[in-house]
Ligand binder design. Structure first.
Ligand code: GLU
Length: 464
């Protein structure tokens, strides 16, 4: 029997875990089944098929509305000029303004940013905040830039995309490698460039700002807090009590460290942490507050084992010091919940086989490859998908934007209460879809998101 192109696509796709769909050809997606954007769209299309989403909505969602790429020169400290490449992908704005973070990282490239923008559309639709999806970034290594260089990169990038963002149109926020200071520089630059006839509150162009310039209380910890809110809603169903549950974390930046601190306050036992500098473990429990201070000062977990005086400092599980372990030992550490809180694609087939946990709570965006996902499913490990698990950040970004637009400030109790309400409802929505369609949690979350988007397109229609 001869082999057709379609057969080849199908067999390739099956080998990588990515379902082949004729829409890939129709909208011109790369045929390579290992392409991250193709893989991301494939996951959504599985859900679209289950709920019989209209073809017109499927093709709209399969490509972003706008893909903006810019190059801009920045004067470096030694006097020479370096050219940087920046991106802003605006995936969908049917629900509201484009929304999503800006990433400063050497691996930032177009397909990656497209996938992350796509996930923002799904995330906002799932938690029902009235935003669409976007993502952007600059290809650079912020660890190698001086503070002055970082400011000039942020301001020149803002100038390059200033006509494409705005408080009613596209609202960036922090992501990997960016923070509240960078948001303040972006807001200041945007305000300066938007002139006398600019928006009433130009600082609402970004969220995740410092409190002093319109940031929201509770935004810094929001993603970590949301991870914990979802876990608290889901774990009783899985018969895992938060008290005494063992946790390991991959990544100890903003999201990982806040999730660890909040979980430890609730009595959980954080036993192992790995980041780009090393891996550490203490089965009695790490002092995650001391570790967060150490990472803030040293840029990573390495060297924490040399610290004396840790232990007994915070949380109810807090042993003395820690051991340095290998990467394999980290992945094989027995825990109840593993929290990937770093970059995409880190839980691949090999790592998924090594994991010794009952639940993977995806605090990072797209941390699990399709191959990794298939292994976790075959091993009966429950995955709480990124678009649900880490939606706390964009949810409190929405609260920040609402506060900016209405000239009010919320106290942290109000932020936490509203965040918890939204996260619990999104978790329930996902569980209902999971039970109704007898599917895994990732597909269920996609179903809950695309049903909402389909409904909006049904009401709005497609112009003209
Ligand atoms: N970068 C975060 C995310 O991936 C937050 C986005 C936002 O607040 O707009 O969800």
């Amino acid at each position: 029997m001869s082999t057709t192109a379609t057969d080849v696509n199908k067999s390739n796709a099956n080998a990588s875990g990515t379902e082949w769909d004729p829409i890939f050809d129709e909208v011109g997606l790369p045929k390579d089944p290992s392409n991250i954007y193709t893989q991301t769209v494939a996951s959504m299309l599985q859900a679209a098929e289950i709920v019989n989403l209209r073809h017109r909505v499927r093709i709209i969602l399969a490509q972003p509305k706008n893909e903006i790429m810019v190059h801009f020169p920045v004067r470096m400290d030694d006097g020479h000029h370096k050219l940087f490449k920046g991106y802003r992908v605006q995936h969908n704005n049917a629900v509201g303004p484009y929304k999503g973070g800006l990433r400063f990282h050497p691996d930032v490239h177009l397909d990656d940013v497209k996938s992350l923008a796509f996930l923002m559309t799904m995330k906002c639709a799932l938690v029902r905040v009235p935003f669409g999806g976007g993502k952007g970034g600059v290809n650079c290594n912020p660890r190698e830039l001086s503070i002055g260089e970082l400011e000039r990169v942020s301001r020149r990038f803002t100038a390059a995309i200033a006509n494409d963002i705005g408080p009613d149109y596209d609202i960036p926020a922090p992501d990997v490698g960016t923070n509240s200071q960078i948001m303040a520089w972006i807001a200041d630059t945007y305000g300066a460039l938007s002139g006398r006839h600019g928006p009433a509150d130009p600082f609402a162009v970004v969220t995740g700002k410092p409190i002093a310039v319109g940031g929201s209380l509770g935004r810094e910890k929001a993603t970590g807090q949301g991870v914990v809110d979802v876990l608290r809603e889901m774990l009783p169903d899985l018969d895992i009590p938060i008290e005494d549950m063992r946790v390991s974390l991959l990544g100890f930046g903003n999201v990982g460290s806040w999730a660890a601190k909040i979980l430890s306050d609730l009595g959980a036992n954080v036993v192992a942490v790995m980041d780009h500098t090393g891996s550490i473990r203490n089965t009695e429990g790490l002092d995650v507050y001391a570790l967060a201070d150490h990472v803030a000062q040293n840029g990573g977990v390495a060297g924490f084992e040399k610290k004396t005086g840790t232990g007994g400092g915070s949380g109810r599980h807090c042993g003395e010091g820690c051991d340095v372990i290998t990467e394999d030992e980290f992945w094989e550490t027995p825990v109840d919940v593993f929290i990937p809180a770093a970059l995409e694609g880190m839980v691949d087939e090999k790592r998924a086989k090594q994991l010794h946990c009952r639940v993977v709570a995806e605090a990072a965006n797209a941390p699990t490859t399709p191959e990794g996902d298939a292994v976790l499913a075959s091993r009966g490990i429950e995955v709480i998908p990124d678009m649900l698990c880490n939606a706390g950040g964009v949810t409190v970004s929405y609260f920040e934007w609402v506060q900016n637009r209405s000239n009010v400030t919320w106290d942290v109790e109000q932020v936490d209460r509203e965040l918890n309400r939204i996260m619990c409802m999104a978790a329930r929505r996902t569980i209902v879809a999971k039970q109704k369609y007898d599917t895994n949690m990732r597909t269920a979350a996609y179903i809950a998101a695309v049903e909402h988007l389909g409904d909006i397109y049904n009401h709005r229609g497609i112009w003209p």
